[in-house]
Design a binder for this molecule. Structure first.
Ligand code: ATP
Ligand code: MG
Length: 199
């Protein structure tokens, strides 16, 4: 499961767990993006911080793991490169790429979408605000092999969590407590004014 994980939250962890149980996968490996090609905004946490938060979250489940492959690879993070690296690291394994509906609906704009879907099964979970009828518009070569796993939807997003922190609103129960505490301790997402005021 790839993502910016800025920060990782229960939407990610629940989706991962539902897909893992639904498809009887051995494990889920979370892959924080180094430089995400589609993402630009102020106040993004450093790669090392996103990695540490993801590590804290996955430590709670023995079947969850984390990969540094995108953080160690120079340049932008492309999923195809990651799948090739995973294939070399875990030869003989079957790979499933887990993505929320918002991400999958954009997959035709990614680099090498057809090669991606030839190296893995793309599995998607629904997300509030993204209608699965949009999958119909994906190219046949992609939608033909796509799996949709039905789960209760969680309306949690990292964008909302960052905004809440900036506005000093509570983020408890949206993400693991260890991640919430890390954000607080390191003053992430607070914005320069808040950081200065809080020392
Ligand atoms: P941001 O708001 O910064 O985009 P995000 O919450 O969307 O953050 P990402 O790191 O962008 O998190 O997402 C990584 C992957 O997890 C994507 O495939 C995304 O669709 C999926 N995902 C994120 N939140 C949820 C959720 N609440 N339910 C299902 N899938 C989710
Ligand atoms: Mg997102």
């Amino acid at each position: 499961m790839g993502g910016t994980f800025d920060p990782i939250h229960y939407g990610h962890l629940f989706a991962a767990h539902e897909v893992m149980s639904g498809l009887r996968l051995d494990s889920v490996i979370f892959v924080p993006a180094g430089i995400p090609p589609h993402k630009r905004y102020d106040g993004m946490a450093a790669a090392a911080e996103r990695y540490e938060m993801t590590l804290l979250a996955v430590a709670e489940n023995g079947r969850f793991g984390i990969s540094r492959t995108e953080l160690e690879r120079p340049g932008k993070s492309y999923t195809l490169d990651t799948l090739k690296a995973m294939g070399a690291r875990y030869p003989g394994s079957d790979f499933f790429f887990i993505a929320g509906m918002d991400a999958v609906l954009e997959i035709a704009t990614w680099r090498d979408p057809f090669e991606i879907s030839s190296l893995c099964t793309i599995v998607t979970v629904q997300r509030p605000g993204y209608d699965k009828s949009g999958l119909e518009n994906l190219p046949q070569g992609i939608k033909g092999s796509l799996r949709v796993i039905e789960t209760p939807m969680l309306g949690i997003s990292a964008t909302d969590i960052r905004n809440r922190v900036r506005e000093k609103r509570c983020v408890r129960y949206l993400l693991p407590e260890a991640v919430r505490a890390y954000i607080e301790k390191n003053g992430l997402y607070a914005g320069s004014e808040t950081k200065a005021a809080g020392g």
